[in-house]
Structure formats: structure tokens, C-alpha cells
Unconditional design. Sequence first.
Length: 398
Amino acid sequence: MNQLSDRINAIEESATLAMAAKAREFKSRGIDVINLSLGEPDFKTPQHICDAAKKAIDDGKYFSYPPVAGYPDLREAIATKYQKENNVPYKAENIVVSNGAKQSIANVMLALLNRGDEVIIFSPFWVSYDALVRLAEATPVLVKGTLDNDFKVTAAQVEKAITPKTKALIFSSPCNPTGSVFSRKELEAIAAVVLKHPNVLVIADEIYEHINFEGGQTSMASIPGMFERTITVNGFAKGFAMTGWRVGYIAAPKWIADGSNKVQGQITSANCSISQRGALAAISGDLKPTHEMVVQYHKRRDIVYNLLKEIPGIKANYPQGAFYFFPDVSYYYGKSDGVSTIKNGDDFCLYMLEKGHVSLVPGGAFGEGNCVRLSYAASEKELIEAMARMKKALALLK
Ligand code: GLU
């Protein structure tokens, strides 16, 4: 019997989490899998953040429901960060703290979208954008960036995709899964298109803001005219190695923050109190641990890039941020090791898991079936070993 709603039947299981579960299952069978599927920092949460959370428990003052949108001091600190670092005049009233950036995006989708609304998704895209638009019963419209343009969608493409039904566009920069970073000039050109359409909003996912090797983050909301038109999404998971703490947030015009707050009040009441105290220490504390992690990611990016280049047939862009590669592996489609034939990205990832014991995510879930996603949030030793395994396994395909 399947009496699940059409809404839930219309979406897939999260591909990133599914591949991570598969890698865990292999590991539990004693197979030495190198897991490059999940985008999860391999570092520990910095000590001062842990200390703040421990203190919050010992203080005994944080055992009851927090305010739905988050503690006032945390919302204030997030607003101050955006004023100082991103040149966006957010106030505490613009901020809603949620259980990870994923819930922040879900709140926004449910608060804004009606059936029939279109949301332009820059593709390749993070797997949950498409699913969350569908869950809200709206229509995803994929606009594709190509490898030769660093996978970046252009303003001209956005202009062409906008229709009277367009409610919003969504993208991440630095991008999951491609690692690309939009320059200020590129964002200004996209903003100029959006500003011609008074009803179109932008959902700008900045969760990888700190992991940017080429320069600072440009926030879409900082571009003249865009404050009222932008929902900024961010969180603590990536920059502060706090994935399990589940703290994300939006910064948005008050009417959108209020709508998201209403959704959240009915769905989760609020974000975990102790996690919020840790997040406050993260956002108001020293960024040195974050910068140290970024130095490591930067080094790993170059190690993986150089090793990927040595594998015949693989084409990759040179990512400027986040911790992903999104190589085109379609050269191997149609090839076989004599037992299995690789027909697509799913087969490629399965082959790599079974033969090479390296776990990746098929690109189809991100909107590009010729590619696979590789997370380099792993140690240098693991990355070097994983690249050697990939090269060896792929050499068997004829
Ligand atoms: N955002 C991370 C990823 O893309 C974590 C998993 C998820 O939430 O999708 O791998």
C-alpha cells in the first residue's frame, strides 16, 4: 500500500545523504571506504564554541523553549556580522535562526510559494533546492551553467528564463556542487535583470561564504536595490565545522522573516537552545580557527585538482570556493571492466564504491548527469589515496 502524498512521491531521497549512508553501510561490513560523498568538514568544532555550549548547559538557564526566531542576542550578532562584513544593513528583526540552512530554505519556500509559481534554480544545484520547491508544490525551472563557463549561469540566461510566474531564483555562491564563486560584476548583472521584474525575489545561499580562496564574499543583498528583494541563507555548519549542531539562518526583509517565523513556529518551535549558545560564540568570536580550516581546504583543492588532471578523460573546473569538485566523467560512459558497464553517473559511483572503495555522489541529483560530486573535506592522506584508487579502478574500464 502507498498512500503517501503526491507531494512526497514527487521528490527523491536526498542523494547526498543516501550516498553517505551507503558508504557507512560498506564501512560497517569492514570495507575500508573513503567517503568523499558528504559535504561535511572533517575538523572538530573549535574549542571556544564547545566551551560556550557546555557553559550554557551548566548555567541551567537554557532548558526551556527559545523564542521561535532564535535568541535576541544571536539574531543581533548575526545582523551585526552582516552590517560589518557584508555591507548589508540587517537588523535582528530580519533574522530567523533554524535547524540548519536546509530548514531555513524550507521555511522560505513554504512561506512564499503557491502552486504554479516558478522558481529558477541555477544548475548544477544543491540537491535539496529542487526537492524543496516541489514540496511547496511550486515548479522548479532549471537554468544550466556549463563547464566552460565555470558552471555559472549568466544574467542573459536568467533574463530568458523569467516568466510572469517566476517568484524567485535560487543559487549558492560559493557553489555546492561546483565550487564556483560569482564575482561582484556577475551578481550585479543578475541583479540588474531581477530589478526589472518587481515580483521576483532572490534566494542567495551563502553557507560556504568563509570557504572562498580567491577573495571576499559579495552578498546579493549588498547590491543597490537588492536588500528588499533578497533572502540571504547562511549557517554555521561549514565555516565553523558545526554540521551536527544544526544551526542555519535567513536574513530577509521583515515580511519574509515573519512568514518564515510563522512556518517554523508550527513545525519545530525553535532551534535547539544549546546549539544557539554555541553559534553565538562562533559568530562573535575569533575567526582564526575558520581561517586555519580554509588554509587546509585550499591546499587540498590543489592536491585533488592536480591528481584529477592525471586521470585520463576526466574534465574538471578549478573551483574557487566550497570544498567540492564536480568533474565530468562521461568519457567512461559505455565502458566496461568486463563485468559491469558504466552507463551513467549512478553506475559510475556504484562502480567506484564497489571497485575503488571511494564514495562519490552522482551528478544527476545536482542536475548534471555527466558529472559526479567529490567532496574534499577529508584528510590529505585520504584524498591522495582516494585519487590513486579512482585512477586504478578507471584504468580497468575499456
Ligand atoms: N550540504 C551537505 C552536502 O551537500 C550535507 C548533506 C546535505 O544536507 O545535503 O553534502
